[in-house]
Design a protein around this ligand. Structure first.
Ligand SMILES: Cc1cc2nc3c(=O)[nH]c(=O)nc-3n(C[C@H](O)[C@H](O)[C@H](O)COP(=O)(O)OP(=O)(O)OC[C@H]3O[C@@H](n4cnc5c(N)ncnc54)[C@H](O)[C@@H]3O)c2cc1C
Ligand code: FES
Length: 273
């Protein structure tokens, strides 16, 4: 693994201060920002990280990889990201040793709007796979505001489940796995029938995960509660310049939203999935 010694313009070098495998092929990296930290990040925003590939495979990667902020220290200096290894970029990032540096752009994007649920209210958070990480910082921020949260989290199997105890410290957690090896068998949609789900009447619903899951959340919940969806589509520039990451506007399908710039979080009424 080689690392870049100076950041690109507009980017920063973050120091890797922890790297733990928290589930099979899933790593939690704590990245420390340099001294002048602008602010603690909004939940739902992301970092665009530049994986640096081994010299044998061409050195620097061409494109950055967008990764959600899963947690933040109170001063915003230490940012935690949770990554699943799916290809060369995420493998390179997950292989970063403690003490190394990673070139980062961000935090980027429009995050979750917490104001739609008042203190004392309730929020349902629904996530699947690599859509689960940003829900941790969101849940923390909501609980700090006096909001009761229920989390419905979907994974492939028991070996994929991460941070179950940390989520459980924030609210009721219902887990589904494709094979039933942890929690209920099926998808997060099947969790509607488990004890504790039907009785929970949320003021707001927040979701992040694969498109079929977001479509289910959009149709099942947006008629009854303020619903926000974080779209994790593939990105190229990550800063609104290339139009590689668009989603049609619901009112005017000729108009395309750029997910990296206008999102990744949208209200359920804003977009056609
Ligand atoms: C806003 C945003 C936030 C994200 N947050 C996280 C996160 O917190 N944790 C995390 O593990 N991943 C997250 N992702 C997905 C992550 O960016 C991709 O997994 C990563 O870019 C893949 O890079 P790679 O080089 O490892 O794989 P590649 O070689 O680029 O791709 C490997 C395989 O993964 C598929 N793939 C790549 N990107 C995506 C994508 N965005 N959605 C679905 N399939 C994809 C490819 O089609 C291919 O089959 C996020 C994506 C976005 C847009
Ligand atoms: S990735 Fe370039 S506009 Fe979104």
């Amino acid at each position: 693994m080689t690392t870049r010694s100076t950041p690109l313009p507009g980017t920063r070098l973050l120091e890797v201060v922890a790297n733990d495998e928290v589930a099979r092929g899933v790593h939690a990296l704590v990245l420390r920002r340099p001294d002048a930290v602008p602010a603690a990040p909004d939940s739902g925003t992301f970092l665009n990280l530049l994986p640096v590939l081994p010299a044998a495979r061409g050195g620097a990667s061409v494109l950055r990889r967008p990764i959600s902020i899963a947690d933040s220290s109170d001063d915003g200096r230490d940012l935690t990201v949770i990554l699943r290894i799916v290809g060369q970029g995420t493998a390179a990032l997950c292989g970063l040793p403690v003490g190394s540096q990673v070139d980062s752009l961000g935090p980027l994007g429009r995050g979750f709007d917490l104001d739609v649920v008042a203190p004392g209210g309730s929020a349902l958070l629904i996530g699947g796979g690599v859509g689960v990480p940003p829900l941790y910082l969101l849940a923390r921020r909501l609980v700090e505001r006096g909001v009761t949260v229920q989390l419905r989290l979907g994974f492939r199997d028991a070996a994929d489940v991460f941070w179950a105890d940390r989520f459980a410290a924030l609210g009721q957690v219902l887990i589904s796995t494709d094979d039933g090896s942890a929690g209920s068998r099926g998808t997060v949609a099947d969790l509607e029938s488990v004890p504790g789900a039907a009785e929970f009447a949320p003021d707001a619903v927040y979701s992040c995960g694969p498109l079929p899951m977001l479509r289910y959340v959009q149709s099942a919940f947006s008629p009854i509660a303020a619903t926000q969806l974080s779209l994790e589509e593939r990105m190229a520039c990550g800063v609104g310049a290339c139009y590689a990451c668009v989603v049609p506007d619901a009112a005017d399908p000729a108009h395309q939203h750029r997910i990296c710039w206008d999102g990744p979080v949208f209200t359920a009424e804003e977009v056609v999935l």
